[in-house]
Ligand binder design. Structure first.
Ligand code: NAD
Length: 485
């Protein structure tokens, strides 16, 4: 085993979980046994909540301008340790080193946003009648929780940690049991940056800990990022227990390609979107709808996809089960009459035979009712459907239950605007394959890609991580009593 067993992080210390139950952590890159991750008990969670609750009065009373100083230092530490963090991310997740570098750079951008929060939460004050003032203040909630998925071991924790904590909350984070290592390093850097003990706590585990988080009476809010199936469970359970909850789910993102689209740029974007992070991004293009004759663009997509090589510029998928699931989707589509133009099944990387790789896969003549057209595959696979009109293409996009992202490739501004209006997704791209809003804009989908109000990052996150205190004060007694006061 390459690293020591993973431990929980409670009150600023790495501590063993109270159970012996643990899972292996295996690198998808080459099958190396990296570590073990404990399946913590509700007792471990209770200890973490106790530590967070104890830290809350002092942390929340500190002026926000002081709190964000921690994040200025954390940002510097992320920059200083970028290479090491990226290497760890690649090791546990399987994405390429370049993709991991981009992930840590995104953590830096997210932290940069958190340092700007004092400029955004100034509240409001108005003299509503002579001598009478109304004022609003953003007040932290207390102990909050963040449950995260495997596909961004560092970035998704940084969607929630900097904003929630800078806004005065104390947090319990539950990393994915598949990639538990990066989060521990982030906690170490935050401690080095001066974050007081107990403000951030890590409790490892799987289903049982997620359930315990949803049930714990002293956790005020739960954010979740993961599959739609689990997002629904978490949203229902947390809100059933009267908690605030924002649960981001899975996706099936459509690219609508018109015949006038710039050939080279479109092909490069389609392939980058479907194969980046081995297709394991909730913003990955997974379905493409070609309107009219787009054979010339599909030919280019094939050429571009053939340049994507597992183990070189394409990382691994998370585990064997995932590889098998992705390959099953491709085989089923082929059996149903779709045409596999580029086939990523049975990819093996020399010297990394125990890694779990799927090569880039382009499937043409997919019908809208096939599983590859409808379901999240979460692998480097693009399913191409063909329609005669833009409205038919939009109807296919609209009929999908998810709603994270959709993009259109065209040179026609009118068509682009039409797609922005008609697509049923929270994040729309025009000639952009992965339309992730950059800070200060917020990230969040629609439909079955998100449950709850608001978005998880950017300005929208302020509403999720705080509650408004409204005060009305009267300073001149001679103002007298009127109908309002
Ligand atoms: P997942 O839903 O399997 O797991 C997410 C978290 O939930 C993990 O921490 C896991 O331990 C826990 N969990 C798993 N099963 C559970 C259950 N039955 N009950 C309670 N908790 C459970 O997701 P994943 O496989 O880790 O991540 C991939 C998924 O996440 C994809 O569907 C992807 O689209 C989605 N995702 C969405 C976004 C977004 O912004 N919408 C971002 C990243 C990933």
């Amino acid at each position: 085993m390459k690293y020591a067993p993973v431990q929980n992080y409670i009150n600023g210390q790495f501590v063993n979980a109270s159970t012996d139950k643990a899972l292996d952590v295996i690198s998808p890159v080459d099958g190396t046994h990296l570590s073990t991750v404990p399946l913590s008990s509700s007792e471990d969670l209770a200890n973490a909540v106790k530590a967070a609750k104890a830290a809350f009065p002092k942390w929340s009373k500190m002026p926000i301008k002081e709190r964000v100083q921690v994040f200025f230092r954390y940002k510097y530490l992320l920059e200083k340790n970028l290479k090491e963090l990226a290497a760890l991310c690649t090791e546990e997740n399987g994405k390429t080193y370049g993709e991991s570098v981009a992930e840590i750079e995104k953590c830096i951008e997210l932290t940069e946003f958190a340092t700007s929060l004092p400029q955004l939460v100034t509240g409001e004050v108005l003299e509503v009648s002579k001598g009478v003032e109304c004022r609003t203040e953003h007040v932290p909630l207390g102990v909050v929780a963040s449950i995260v998925p495997f596909n961004f071991p560092a970035m998704v924790p940084n969607w929630t940690i900097p904003n929630a904590i800078a806004l005065g909350n104390c947090m319990i984070i539950k990393p994915s049991e598949k990639v538990p290592l990066s989060c521990g390093r982030l906690a170490e850097l935050l401690k080095e940056a001066g974050l007081p003990d107990g403000v951030l706590n890590i409790v490892h585990g799987d289903v049982d800990i997620v359930n315990a988080i949803c049930d714990h009476p002293e956790i005020e809010a739960v954010s979740f990022v993961g599959s739609t199936k689990v997002a629904k469970i978490v949203y229902q359970r947390a809100t059933h227990n009267y908690k605030r909850c924002l649960a981001l789910g899975g996706a099936k993102n459509h690219l609508l390609v018109l015949p006038d689209a710039k050939e080279d740029m479109t092909a490069a974007n389609v392939v980058a979107s479907m194969s980046g992070c081995a297709g394991q991004r909730c913003m990955a293009a997974s379905a493409m709808v070609g309107v009219g004759n787009i054979d010339h663009i599909i030919n280019k997509i094939v050429t571009e996809a053939q340049k994507v090589v597992p183990g070189k510029n394409l990382g691994a998928v998370i585990n064997k089960a995932s590889k098998e699931r992705i390959e099953r989707y491709i085989t089923e589509a082929e059996q149903q009459g779709a045409k596999v133009l580029v086939d990523g099944r049975k990819a093996i990387v020399d010297g990394k035979e125990n890694g779990t790789y799927v090569g880039p896969t382009v499937i043409d003549y997919v019908k809208p009712d096939m599983a590859v057209a409808k379901e999240e595959i979460f692998g480097p696979v693009i399913s191409i459907m063909r329609t005669n009109t833009l409205d038919e293409a939009i109807a296919i996009e609209n009929s999908n239950p998810y709603g994270n992202a959709a993009s259109v490739f065209t040179q026609n501004g009118g068509y682009a605007r039409y797609v922005i209006e008609k697509a049923s997704a929270g994040m729309i791209g025009v000639n952009v394959g992965v339309p992730v809003p950059r800070e200060p804009f917020s990230f969040g989908g629609w439909n079955e890609s998100k449950f709850g109000v608001g978005d998880i990052t950017g300005k929208s996150s302020i509403e999720f991580w705080t509650k408004l205190k409204k005060s009305t004060t009267k300073w001149n007694p001679e103002a007298g009593i009127n109908w309002m006061s």
